[in-house]
Design a protein around this ligand. Structure first.
Ligand code: BES
Ligand code: MN
Ligand code: MN
Length: 437
């Protein structure tokens, strides 16, 4: 795992292309060593998919499609890491590295689970297919076409993904819902070039002011998104589901400490757990424009930009939401500027049935290994492939995560709790066993 984590497979940075390629071939070699008879690095218009299959259980046995991603987020800001992001370091029970929990460490669980079967019973008790992609952190632009094109190859009875976390190290949980996402970039243009603010200031509308004012109109003082139609398709939480969510162990002070904030914010009619997992949200991810170098420059800028992402709940369509925000921003823009809204990416959310045989197998597997029955939770993050598997392959996914809430995904000092890695391997083994029964 240390070798795997030391490869800087950052998918968004073109200069990391060769590391991505190396991660894919490294993974191929490990899958071969683990016993998969058929392994291939399959090209896509972007980064390759690593595919593996081991169909030793026979046509009667179920087939599990394992998904994971071998790409990682950029490690910056580097100066905030206690140890270098691509020099995996074990401190106590944790291994620190970019990708330790998201998702290299977690997907590696299946390589080791398969290897354990090879060394004991000869082969896994179910048929196993693996699809490991290298573009998840760039919103998987080539995955859906790949899945469509290879639908026969990927045919299975259920998908399993370990790319989420459990509630605590002795508190297993199964994620049954994820949020979707719609991501846009907004460009506001005023004058066609930067102007002297002494000569023109006062009579030319500043696009940065305009952008800030427009952004300010996207959320009201109660934390509600004001884009017309935004909530139209939202599937409201039922009283039963809210009651169930209220029972999820939640420590507000611990949550505040982990987030590093003085107090929480948002829709007051909903709990923090509801707001972060089952309510749609809007966040400005970045904003820029004008002069930001050292010292002062008296400029009235031509352009202002912002990146805005919206987390969506099931039934909200990323394409529709993108159109709604575009229409709204264009509508509220003053006549002094022009506004362009570019669609960066989108992905559907998901709600997963909890009564399927595979969910039951996962439930039993966690209970067996952690000595504690898992509880069902929703998560606020997005894994768009879950909807792709459902829509293209007709597959339900089991989200069998082994991370912890404080793993610092996408942040400095990301880590994976090693006891969870070993328990993860055991849980994967039991999951396959129970599924085979
Ligand atoms: N593993 C995460 C998603 C996640 C994290 C789900 C924690 C639930 C709990 C995944 O790698 C991720 O970061 N997804 C992106 C998706 C985006 C790039 C389309 C996200 O959620 O921002
Ligand atoms: Mn991930
Ligand atoms: Mn991620």
């Amino acid at each position: 795992m240390k070798e795997f984590l030391s490869i800087a497979s950052v998918s968004t940075q073109p200069e990391r292309e060769s590391d991505i390629g190396y991660a894919a071939t490294w993974l191929r070699d490990r899958l071969l060593i683990a016993g998969f008879p058929k392994v291939a690095v399959m090209p896509t218009p972007g980064h390759p998919v690593v595919y593996a299959e081991w169909l030793a259980a026979g046509a009667e046995a179920p087939t599990v499609l394992v998904y994971g991603h071998y790409d990682v987020q950029p490690p910056d800001p580097l100066e905030l890491w206690n140890t270098p992001p691509f020099e995996p370091t074990i401190v106590g029970d944790d291994i620190f590295a970019r990708g330790a929990a998201d998702d290299k460490g977690q997907m590696y669980v299946y390589v080791k689970a398969a290897e354990a079967f090879k060394e004991t019973e000869g082969a896994p008790p179910v048929n196993v297919k693996c699809i490991f992609e290298g573009e998840e952190e760039s919103a998987s632009p080539n995955l859906e076409p790949f899945v469509r094109e290879h639908a026969d190859l990927l045919a299975a009875d259920v998908a399993v993904i370990s790319d989420t976390h459990i509630l605590g190290k002795d508190m297993p949980s199964i994620v049954y819902a994820l949020r979707g996402i719609a991501y846009v970039e907004v460009q506001v243009t005023g004058p066609d070039q930067d102007l002297h603010s002494g000569i023109y200031g006062g009579a030319v509308h500043n696009p940065i002011h305009v952008l800030c004012a427009m952004i300010d109109q996207l959320i009201d003082k109660d934390g509600r998104i004001t884009i017309p139609g935004f909530y139209d398709k939202v599937q409201e939480l039922t009283p039963e589901e809210r009651a169930e969510m209220a029972k999820i162990p939640f420590d507000r002070d611990k949550w505040l400490r982990e987030a590093g904030v003085k107090t929480d914010w948002g829709e007051s009619a909903y709990t923090i757990v509801e707001r972060t997992t089952a309510r749609p949200t809007l966040d400005v991810n970045g904003i820029w424009g004008g002069y930001i170098q050292e010292g002062a420059k008296t400029v009235l800028p031509s352009k202002a930009f912002a990146k805005i992402s919206m987390r969506l709940v099931p039934n909200q369509s990323p394409a529709e939401i993108t159109q709604l925000i575009r229409n709204y921003l264009v509508e509220i823009a003053p006549p002094t500027v022009t506004v362009e809204v570019r669609d960066l990416h989108g992905g559907d959310g998901a709600i997963i049935r909890r009564d399927s045989p595979a969910m039951k197998a996962a439930f039993r597997a966690y209970a067996e290994v952690f000595g504690q029955e898992p509880i069902f939770v929703r998560e606020g993050g997005s894994i768009p492939v879950v909807a792709t598997f459902k829509n293209v392959l007709g597959l339900e996914t089991v989200l069998m995560g082994f991370g912890l809430p404080d793993d610092r995904l996408h942040s400095p000092n990301e880590k994976f709790h090693l006891p969870n890695f070993y328990r993860g391997i055991e849980t994967a083994i039991h999951f396959m066993r129970f599924l085979a029964e």
